[in-house]
Design a protein around this ligand. Structure first.
Ligand code: UT7
Length: 336
């Protein structure tokens, strides 16, 4: 059995910055409310008509990750793409990356686990590499939320939170079993599927033709809905559990954590976890203030910036953790 190691990391965000003040001009909200409840000050939203899509942003992040890995694109032998906002209903964006990067006909897998998507994707990559099936896997998390949000006061509880962007890593075979991804931990609880959901269009619920036929201007089933307080309460419990699970599995103590990268859902959630684990400010990385919640992109985007800022160094114990729609949650314990 091998280990797997992140050897390259990249990111991409669209240029267009949307501040809380900008949002207060189009819906009944305020910088004060958004900052106090979420920590978010601004996010990136793709401008209508731009070339940026979930797939193209993923490709840009992937190119940077491959370049920084020192590999050639043709060394990549598998692609995994995590998103809840694919360009097309099907096929998923994995194949668009294969085509855009002109990588020979390697497999491309799409992962649909929302905010936990990147951890799930990383876990799949890790296990494919551990068994020796693949050597160099490209893992991407990318989201274009802004086109699908209800940007009226009706949708303010959700739309002020989400932003667009992408992150990517190259995961590669590591022969030293004490280095790289030490373990990943995945969970779900489908009884809460509708607490954070986009119900339509869905083959089993309402398809696009039903929506058009109904022509109901009050229909909001195709916008995301979130039972915010319920999600928040579950998030803080599950984040803590799944980080502990990873530490216990590797005989580590909370004092051994050099860097925690929590999924960027809400700064208050991250601060709660930081306090619970007794971590100093330099041991937790947050960028939700600048990007909002970018779902499957949030962890690779934060990991990339932490690494670029020199906050992650060789030998560090890095913990990634996520919770979100599904509910799904997970963690990864990495020896960098
Ligand atoms: O990434 C996936 C996982 N997601 C999460 O973990 C998110 C978890 N939940 C949260 O982060 C928080 O619940 C929110 C930030 C979504 C909401 O914060 P909250 O403190 O739970 O607020 P609330 O939903 O209880 O709403 C409080 C009030 C309501 O007004 P009333 O009923 O008290 O009069 C809302 O209508 O705030 C109102 N409100 C807003 N006001 C101004 C909701 N959204 C807004 C807004 N601007 N954007």
């Amino acid at each position: 059995m091998y280990n797997s190691k992140i050897i390259g990391i990249g990111k991409y965000v669209p240029d267009n910055v949307v501040t809380n003040q900008d949002l207060s001009k189009i819906m009944d909200t305020s910088d004060e409310w958004i900052t106090e409840r979420t920590g978010i000050k601004e996010r990136r939203w793709v401008v209508e008509g731009s070339d940026d899509t979930t797939a193209t942003m993923g490709v840009k992040a992937a190119k940077q990750a491959i370049e920084r890995s020192g590999l050639n694109k043709d060394d990549i032998d598998f692609i995994i793409f995590a998103t809840l906002s694919p360009d097309m209903y099907f096929p998923g964006p994995g194949v668009q990356v294969q085509h855009a990067l002109d990588i020979k006909t390697v497999g491309a897998l799409d992962v649909r686990n929302q905010c936990s998507g990147f951890i799930y994707a990383l876990s799949v990559a890790d296990n494919f590499i551990k068994t020796g099936m693949y050597k160099n896997i490209l893992v991407i998390g990318s989201e274009l939320h802004s086109h699908g949000l209800d940007k009226t006061t009706r949708g303010r509880g959700v739309s002020v939170i989400f932003g667009d962007g992408a992150g990517a890593v190259v995961v590669s075979r590591e022969e030293d079993n004490s280095k790289g991804i030490l373990s990943t931990h995945l969970h779900s609880q489908g009884e809460h599927a509708e607490e954070l959901v986009v119900k339509a269009p869905g083959m089993g619920t309402r398809w696009v033709t039903d929506i058009i036929a109904d022509n109901d201007e009050n229909d909001d089933s195709y916008f995301p809905h979130m039972n915010g307080q319920f999600v928040f309460k579950n998030a803080v419990v599950r984040f803590s559990e799944v980080i502990m699970e990873g530490l216990i599995k590797n005989n580590l103590q909370k004092e051994n954590i050099d860097m925690l990268i929590p999924h960027q859902a809400n700064l208050r959630i991250a601060q709660f976890i930081q306090k619970k684990f007794g971590l100093t400010d330099d041991k937790v990385f947050n960028n939700i203030m600048r990007y909002g919640n970018t779902t499957a992109a949030s962890i690779p985007l934060a990991l990339c910036e932490a690494w670029e800022e020199g906050k992650i160094n060789e030998g560090d114990t890095v913990v990634l953790a996520a919770f979100g729609s599904g509910f799904t949650w997970g963690s990864a314990i990495i020896k960098w």
